[in-house]
Design a protein around this ligand. Structure first.
Ligand SMILES: *Cc1c(COP(=O)(O)O)cnc(C)c1O
Length: 398
């Protein structure tokens, strides 16, 4: 993961002040490095910030999504309606439970799951037979598999179009798990991302809007599910269980105290951090406007508050995006493809028989998406430098 070349600008960066260092140091000086009171303080802060009734801290976003799958009752052979344009974790948590992702393609503007395709797929799967077949993978799934849940992803910090998606979910009795790992603080039609379905997850890897080094948190208004997930993250210990009593098959998905203490300070600064990211995005928007081969991100009307996670532009059709990345690297500017299509990952092809062309919009964005250096600590002259080098590289011809 670490960039060894000395780049002129960082790809991403956490935003750490003295307050975070002091909070972590205070934990170091206490006797409680895990299961103290910091994780609960952090959970209360997440509840307050998001408006959720319950926040359940975990040691990664992936762990949080996995617990949501368990709480939704997703198990052997079930279908989970989701998107192939995502980070790999959103699909893996389905596979952990021996269930099958039921992919539909995405909206070309936002990169989020297309609600019309989701509705059509759900209707056809419910009908079964020939109608269902066109949505199912070529292999690795039984023809009469049933849908159990829906997992939309708020791609790059912009909420999925949840209103029609929730309608589809209600019609087919699907539990909605919102992968909001890229969208803490975002709003959809005035409502907080993460709380738009039955359960949502935020993630705190160091490149996210706020960090706990590693970590995540589940938010939900469902008290029973929250209690179940608290038990699962703690080796399956239900309330009343002792250290060696285990009511459920559980995991060690606990967030430790150093992470939680870091998170308490970071969430207190979240609006500041999101404001700084908005400023960097605005600088990019201004300087990229003069580069015709680059399409800048579009924020749709339903996104009443954007939470900038990454700054992903698209190269114009016909341009070799990978060559652009290579040339930018030679100029000292890091850049990355983002995302790669999940259905074309080797293990997915092997298991489900996917082929190029199965999800054309996803594949198009996966080929043209270019994540530029982005963080809340980025300076205006760094943004200008990235734009200048990008313009130069595109002029060189690629
Ligand atoms: C970051 C992220 C996750 C969770 O990642 P972790 O590294 O496990 O915290 C899940 N889904 C998406 C879309 C993400 O971007």
């Amino acid at each position: 993961m670490n960039d060894k070349k000395p780049y002129l600008v960082g790809m991403s960066s956490p935003d750490i002040t003295l307050a975070e260092k002091e909070a972590v140091m205070a934990v170091m000086e206490s006797r409680y490095l895990s299961m103290g009171n910091q994780y609960q303080t952090f959970e209360r802060a997440v509840e307050e910030y998001s408006g959720a009734a319950h926040a359940v801290s975990v040691n990664s976003g992936t762990a949080g999504l996995h617990l949501c799958m368990r709480a939704a009752g997703v198990s052997d052979g079930d279908l989970v309606l989701t998107t192939p344009f995502s980070f790999v974790a959103s699909t893996n948590v389905i596979l952990f439970e021996r269930a099958v992702p039921l992919y539909v393609d995405i909206d070309p503007v936002t990169g989020n799951i297309d609600p019309k395709l989701a509705a059509q797929a759900a209707d056809d799967i419910a009908e079964g037979g020939k109608a269902a077949e066109r949505w199912l993978p070529r292999k690795g799934v039984s023809a009469d598999a049933q849908m159990k849940a829906m997992e939309p992803v708020d791609v790059f910090g912009q909420p999925a179009d949840m209103q029609p998606l929730n309608q589809t979910a209600r019609k087919h009795n699907l539990t909605v798990i919102e992968d909001s790992c890229e969208a803490i603080g975002a709003q959809y039609k005035g409502q907080a991302a993460g709380l738009l379905g039955d359960m949502g997850v935020f993630a705190f890897y160091p490149n996210k809007q706020m960090t706990t080094a590693e970590g995540g948190v589940i938010v939900t208004d469902d008290g029973e599910k929250a209690e179940f997930m608290r038990a699962l993250r703690n080796q399956g210990r239900a309330p009343g269980d002792t250290w060696l009593d285990h009511s459920h098959l559980g995991y060690n998905y606990r967030m430790h105290e150093l992470s939680a203490a870091l998170g308490v300070v970071q969430i207190g600064r979240l609006d500041e951090l999101l404001g700084k990211r908005q400023q960097v995005a605005d600088w990019y928007g201004e300087c990229l406007a003069r580069i015709p081969q680059i399409e800048t991100p579009q924020i749709v009307k339903s996104t009443t508050r954007m939470s900038w996670f990454v700054y992903v532009v698209r190269t114009e059709k016909g341009i070799d995006r990978n060559r652009v990345i290579e040339l930018l690297g030679q100029e000292g500017i890091p850049a990355r493809p983002y995302f790669s299509a999940l259905h074309l990952q080797p293990y997915m092809v092997e298991r489900f028989g996917y082929q190029p062309g199965d999800f054309p919009v996803t594949e198009d964005l996966a080929q043209r998406g270019l994540a530029l250096p982005f963080s809340s600590v980025m300076k205006k002259d760094e943004v200008a430098l990235v734009c200048e080098k990008l313009e130069k590289v595109l002029k060189l011809g690629s």
